[in-house]
Design a protein around this ligand. Structure first.
Ligand code: GLP
Length: 240
């Protein structure tokens, strides 16, 4: 695991976005594993800006998102389908038919799971972007998810629902379940980039990097991956 600590978020996001631009210019046909949450937004903003300046193109990119809430309509303001279009896809030249997100509005969860598993079997992700939950979750793989899981349906931790309730009108509105890429599928990416900022992530960051590898802390599995780079600000790094 390579760990880069930054004084400011600006420097952190400049570095990550420059890395993506460089990689995309070398290989315009990358399969990008993308994430939601507040953490990736400044990266997406920089990528949009670079696209508008003609510094990068996403025409050949396929995008595979980590997860989606169950039971929200696609156009719900907190669905990850809506988030990705709003924060990135609608502002760049990516082919929207090549943007994949697990289906959270298909009442047939079994089919939704199988479809996404099959898609990931056919398409290895080149660079998987990850945020981290304050309880150490990756995607929506909550603590005690077995490391060998593929795309599956999860009951969200109360901590995750409370963390994410800031984006909804009330805690009651936060879905109780989600569909997420499994840990084994995340680990199948050729390369993984983790971003974490803020002191509420310091314990999860510490456990991910220095803790025992344990299903109690899903992100700790990343210690076993041969190509992980962690980008953190000094608040998220404060326990290291
Ligand atoms: C969310 C997402 C994760 C994300 C994490 C952190 O619930 N499912 O993919 O990494 O929680 O979110 P944030 O970046 O808003 O702190």
């Amino acid at each position: 695991m390579k760990v880069h600590v930054f004084d400011t978020k600006e420097k952190l996001y400049d570095e990550v976005s420059n890395y993506y631009i460089e990689r995309l210019n070398k290989n315009p046909n990358l399969n990008l594993g993308l994430a939601t949450g507040t953490t990736p937004i400044p990266l997406y903003d920089r990528l949009i800006e670079a696209y508008k300046k003609g510094l990068v193109s996403f025409k050949g990119v396929k995008a595979f998102n980590l997860d989606e809430y169950l039971g929200l309509e696609k156009n719900h303001h907190q669905s990850y389908y809506y988030f990705m279009r709003n924060q990135l896809f609608n502002h760049i030249d990516i082919n929207q038919n090549n943007c994949f997100i697990p289906s959270g509005d298909n009442p047939d969860h079994e089919t939704a799971k199988k479809e996404y598993q099959e898609l990931l079997k056919q398409n290895q992700v080149d660079i998987q972007l990850l945020g981290i939950g304050s309880n150490g979750h990756i995607g929506f793989n909550e603590p005690n998810t077995p490391f060998d899981t593929k795309t599956h349906v999860v009951k969200l931790d109360e901590k995750t629902r409370i963390d994410n309730s800031r984006l909804f009108n009330s805690l009651d509105e936060v879905p109780t379940h989600a569909i997420t890429m499994g840990i084994s599928e995340i680990m199948n990416a050729k390369e993984i980039i983790v971003i974490a900022t803020g002191s509420n992530k310091k314990d999860a960051v510490y456990e991910m990097i220095k803790g025992n590898i344990s299903e109690n802390v899903p992100a700790s599995v990343l210690q076993r991956h041969p190509n992980v780079t962690v980008y953190i600000d000094k608040d998220a790094a404060s326990r290291l």
